[in-house]
Structure formats: C-alpha cells, structure tokens
Ligand binder design. Structure first.
Ligand code: BT5
Length: 243
C-alpha cells in the first residue's frame, strides 16, 4: 500500500495548508486543488495562483515523535519536484535553500512548512507546495519577483491532473526513503547536489540583517552552514541569495 494513500481533491480552497490545519484528517493525508484563492508564503507573504493552471498541494503528517525541524520534509518535496521536472525535459531546475525551486533566476515553486502543537508535542506537520504548471507570461508578470512555469519553459500545455498524479507518485517514493527506510544520508546528498549553493558566496538575509559568507555544508539536521569572517554560522531561517 502506498505511503500517502489518502488523497483529497478540492474544487477550490482558500489555502490547502489552512484547510489541513483547521480540519481533522489522518496522518499522511494529501490535499490538492488547482484553484487556491488565498495561498500563503512564509512570513505573511502571498503565494499567487492562476485558476486551473497552478498546483497547490499540502501534505499532513501527525508524527508520533516531535519533529525537530522540517527541513528533510521540505527536501523531499523539492527532490520529488525536481525529478518530475526532469521527466518533463527540464534538467536545470535547482533548490534555492531551503524552500524554493528555481530555473535560472526564476522561481517555479515554493514550499511552506508549518506545524501545530498540543502542549509540548507536535500535533500536525503540514508541508504545502505551490507549482506554476501552465501559468502564462501574462500571469507571471503579476508576480513581484522573477518567476516561470513549466508551460513557459517547455512551450507545451501540461495535463495538470496527470502532472499531479505523477508528483504524488514521486512523493511516495521519496517520503518512503525518508520515513520508511530512514535514509537521511541519501536525502541529504541529493539535496546538496541539487542545491547549487554549496561552495558559493551567498548573502543570508534575516530580520533586516545581511550576512555574507560561503555556503559550506548542510549539517546533520538539514541546516545550512555559512562560513563567515567571524566563524561558522548555522542558518536557521530567512533567505539565502547567491552573490
Ligand atoms: C513560498 O513562500 O514560496 C511558499 C509558497 C507556498 C505555497 C503553497 S501552495 C499550497 C500551500 N498552501 C498555502 O497557502 N501555501 C502553500 P516565500 O518563500 O515566502 O515566497 C513568497 C514570494 O514568492 C512572494 O512574496 C512573491 O514574491 C513570490 N511568489 C508569489 N507567488 C508566486 C508564484 N506563483 N510563482 C513564483 N513566485 C511567487
């Protein structure tokens, strides 16, 4: 039986992450829609969706043990998408640590990981991903950052339903490696391979601060290590930009 076998399609939703947060579904439920009306990004930013052209998909986990951080989950979602994009002929997509997928300097996908707690215990872990599948150049122009879609990159309209089924298939594969085989080494290696920032000069932006350094490694917990003039720093949040 597939690991993620409870899959719910919604005609529309305000936000698939919020939907899972406020409702009561079992561990390993997937919810998706092609019409998300109020998609959320990190730090109260907005995630734009273009009706019937974009995928908004969220996964619910109800872990038995507290999850120290969500980075391996974000990694799995990213690796599954990169593999799928490869299957559609795009060989150059990469991870902008920790939660974005880019092609060149354009964002095609973003991930929002959230949790809810019952006392000291993680109750829900929700990993939501938005993917620009068939959005047009005109759609993308309304986004305040450089962005792209699978359609723009390949000039072919994609069957979004099939794309989603294939993505769920790959999520099953990669979550199997993380949660059943518990092979974090494999996920870490693949994640580093697809990250393109290891060994490069980057700028870490957080709370209005900017720190420059070299992205040197991803540690055992999935955090990025930044080599700076004042020593090695562990990047816990914020954004990393190539310089
Ligand atoms: C993210 O935040 O990139 C996380 C996006 C997560 C969306 C999914 S959809 C399913 C689930 N349900 C939700 O409500 N959310 C999740 P962040 O790194 O903060 O980036 C947000 C920024 O990306 C915005 O401020 C824009 O600059 C840009 N952006 C917004 N919509 C975009 C789009 N469709 N394509 C590319 N970039 C976009």
């Amino acid at each position: 039986m597939a690991l993620l076998n409870n899959v719910i399609y919604l005609e529309n939703a305000l936000s698939t992450n919020t939907f899972l947060k406020i409702s009561d579904y079992p561990d390993r439920t997937i919810v998706y829609t092609f019409d998300q009306k109020e998609g959320r990004g990190r730090e109260d930013r907005k995630w734009l969706n273009f009706k019937d052209k974009n995928l908004a998909l969220s996964l619910l986990f109800k872990p038995e043990e507290n999850v120290k951080n969500y980075l391996w989950y974000i990694a799995v979602n990213s690796l599954a998408l990169i593999k799928l994009l490869e299957n559609y002929g795009i060989k150059s997509s990469y991870i902008k640590w920790p939660n974005d997928i880019y092609i060149d300097d354009k964002k095609i996908s973003g991930i929002l990981a959230e949790s809810t707690w019952k006392g000291q215990k993680t109750d829900k872990l929700i990993i939501g991903i938005g993917v620009n599948v068939n959005s047009s150049l005109d759609d993308i122009k309304t986004i305040d950052k450089k962005a792209t879609s699978l359609f723009i990159e390949t000039n072919k309209v994609v069957n979004i339903k099939l794309f989603t089924e294939e993505y769920i298939g790959l999520l099953n594969k990669y979550y199997g490696i993380l949660l059943l085989e518990k092979n974090i080494d494999y996920i870490k290696e693949e994640w580093m391979n697809k990250s393109k920032i290891i060994g490069k000069k980057v700028c870490w932006v957080f709370n209005g601060n900017e720190i420059y350094g070299e992205a040197s490694d991803i540690d055992e917990e999935g955090f990025l290590m930044l080599k700076t003039e004042s020593g090695l720093l562990k990047v816990l949040s914020g954004d990393i930009n190539l310089v």
